[in-house]
Design a binder for this molecule. Structure first.
Ligand code: F6P
Length: 362
């Protein structure tokens, strides 16, 4: 029987548990054995009890739980070749030669590198007499399949990452709450949202809550933005709006690539006569139960990931499971990561048009 490992890595995201559940159950359904690797790459390097066989009932209740119940970590040891060699040894000792990883682009790139190095890692293990040639013989190839778990929705080639819609819902709930007190006092609120270098959460929250103004990394604020923002806010007030909501992505910048901060905006609004407060939503955005969409996405993608493992040949590039125009599809993992990096590079070069095109492109 094939043994398939599943792990979560990088920042947690609502829906990750749904993907673990789906991988475990689809593996069992496909007559394979399933193993959970606890605490991300840390568990792979430590081995032993950190790699546990999972039965059908072990993932009962996972679907509606937030965070990741098998843990996640940012592992420094796995970044070193020695750490990856130990990880390979631990996998062989457990009989695992396929890994499904739910994480962000960094975690997925690390996994693909591990796959590339796999044959040479095994050679080393034999040379150093850590394993015998007989022990490594059945494990010639490592299968890696990526699932994108991140609230940021920042990976190119997929319309939605596991967790982004839960986070969006949480942000909207929070802004709705801010709205009631803002309206009561006729105040302005500057709300800071997460997303790293991606403005998806902010843009969508702006649309979904009807906010007055937003700042996102992909569309840096043009010179004179202060006056433009105030004009729009004044117009809204003249139309009878009793509150002002400005949402600032944590990666927001101006055209000169200077960071735009919530406190800077608060100063501008206060000077214009608005009683202003700043609300930083922080990790509330990443916590709590997954929305229905993420339960569905993680389940469908987890099932597809196991299918991809079973259909892989040594020549197949590692796939990442994506959602494009409402369809679950496979794309080459490295291409998706490379395109994501190009977006960041285009933003750094102030080539915002290319950045937007790349992000939109399949
Ligand atoms: O990638 C998810 C994310 O929540 C980003 O939106 C944010 O910038 C970052 O992680 C925060 O990381 P940490 O949890 O390590 O503070």
């Amino acid at each position: 029987k094939r043994r398939i490992g599943v792990m979560t890595s990088g920042g947690d995201a609502p829906g990750m548990n749904g993907s673990v559940r789906a991988v475990v159950r689809m593996a069992l359904h496909s007559n394979c054995e399933a193993y959970a690797i606890y605490e991300g790459y840390d568990g792979l390097v430590k081995g032993g009890d950190m790699i546990k066989e999972m039965k059908w009932e072990d993932v009962r209740g996972f679907l509606s739980e937030g965070g990741t119940l098998i843990g996640t970590a940012r592992c420094m040891e796995f970044m070193q070749r020695d750490g990856r060699r130990t990880a390979a040894k631990n996998m062989i000792l457990k009989g695992i030669d396929a890994l499904v990883i739910c994480g962000g682009d960094g975690s997925l790139t690390g996994a693909d590198r591990f796959r590339d190095e796999w044959p040479s890692l095994l050679e080393e293990l034999v040379k150093e007499k850590e394993l015998t040639p007989e022990q490594v013989a059945p494990f010639k190839h490592l299968n890696i399949v990526g699932l994108v778990g991140s609230i940021d929705n920042d990976l190119s080639m997929t319309d939605a990452t596991i967790g982004c819609y839960s986070s969006l819902a949480r942000i909207c709930e929070a802004i709705d709450s801010v709205d009631t007190t803002a309206t009561s006092h006729q105040r302005a609120f500057v709300v800071e949202t997460m997303g790293r270098h991606c403005g998806w959460l902010t843009l969508m929250a702006g649309v979904a809550t009807g906010s007055d103004f937003i700042f996102i990394p992909e569309q840096p604020a043009k010179e004179g933005w202060e006056g433009n923002m105030l004009n729009i806010i004044r117009k809204h007030r003249q139309m009878g709006k009793r509150k002002t909501i400005v949402i600032v992505a944590e990666g927001a910048i101006d055209e000169r690539l200077n960071k735009i901060t919530p406190h800077q905006i608060k100063e501008i609004l206060s000077e214009a006569g608005l009683d202003t407060r700043v609300t930083t939503l922080g990790h509330v955005q990443r916590g709590g139960q997954p929305a229905a969409y993420d339960r569905m996405l993680s389940t469908l993608q987890g099932v597809e990931a196991v299918k991809a493992v079973l259909e892989a040949t040594p020549e197949t590039p590692s796939p990442v499971i994506c959602m494009i125009e409402n369809k679950i599809v496979r794309r080459p993992l490295l291409e998706a990561v490379a395109q994501t990096k190009k977006v960041a590079e285009a933003i750094e070069k102030k080539d915002f048009r290319t950045a937007m095109e790349l992000r939109d492109a399949e």
